[in-house]
Unconditional design. Sequence first.
Length: 414
Amino acid sequence: MWPFPSVVSYYLVHVPFALWLWMFSTIWRHCSFPARCCKPCCARRRRDKADSPLRLAGMPKEASFKDLGQIRNGSVVARDGTRLQYQVIEGKDEGQGPAPVMLFCNGLGAPQFQIFTPIILHFGRRFTYVTWDYRGLFGSDRPESLRRLSVSEHAHDAAEMLRACDKQFANVIVGWSMGVQVALEFSLLYRESAGRLVLINGAHGHVLHSALQPIVRLPILHDVCRAAIEYAATHPQILRSIRHVALALIPTLVRFYVWLLGSRMLKNVHVFGKRFVESTLTDFLNQLCESEKCMATYLWLFQELHAHSVYHLLPSIEQESLLIAGLFDLLLPAYHMWEMERRMPHATRICDKWSSHFTLLEHPEVVLKHLTAALTRWGLMDDADGTGDGDSTGLRRLGRSTSSFRSLQRAKHT
């Protein structure tokens, strides 16, 4: 299919609309003047909130984790001798066989299930959730050769981890950020083990060609970014300085970020706990800056993400796919998803016009709405399950708070 119409729609429609929203979003969303002068619009926004999938699911005011059981930690030795740590939350067998497996491919620096908390809380024990720590990060060992940090190695790790968990097939593969490239690579290498794909805020490869270039790719900027990353990764004193500055600025930047782009619904209704988005982002950034060695590993992984690409293989991905992008994503701009939808034969694209690189945290109601519809369409959920009826294993039956779940994750990690 000729790409001209999708390219024109992106650059002539979506980009100008995004710039217009960016100019007026702060005034419209955070000042009281529009609320006093435009009561019909505000009433419509309140009705939209009432119809959100989080309310339709019958969620309590604060979701919890009691009935999900313990997070089962395990480890497996990979083909090159690297020890990998994985985590499993078993689903509930409702008499129709084992629960479908949902494999989470994390973003760079995201530990265990933390970033996917909204999905796990929303669907409860309908699925078995599986994830692992990428080699070189958190509980997994760092390989002796840096070449063993490539994206294809992570895809092979996912296959070995699934076998260690006695799971032969992943019904749904959810990838966020870096996990999008890992999920795409896994679906190409292990077609017999890969089900449907849900790809959020990611790219098909060569990430530095588009990083910090939300409108159009610039010809020289990627060389500057690559040289800066390589220089910082090989100079500990530079990493030390960056770490000290970042740790001091993280709390302020996160608060401003959540104020500007955070979900108004989550601010008013603490579905996932108080300050869920702020605490999750703060933990995420603090873990990125944990030590100079840890930061160096992240920078090497950035270079591996840039070296990787499956663009030429996208037409061969036959799995049904749901692609979710954030219009204000500066790290991995939304046009990656336009390009992927155009080349993948069974892909559906959704673009959230108010989120950036953390759509799952900033506006989880958008992700959960379209994910629930996709799972129902794919036959992995009944129509009644999407509404959270009284007999489902939804969120209303859970009892432990989200903060306790994060504390349990840290305890298991240490």
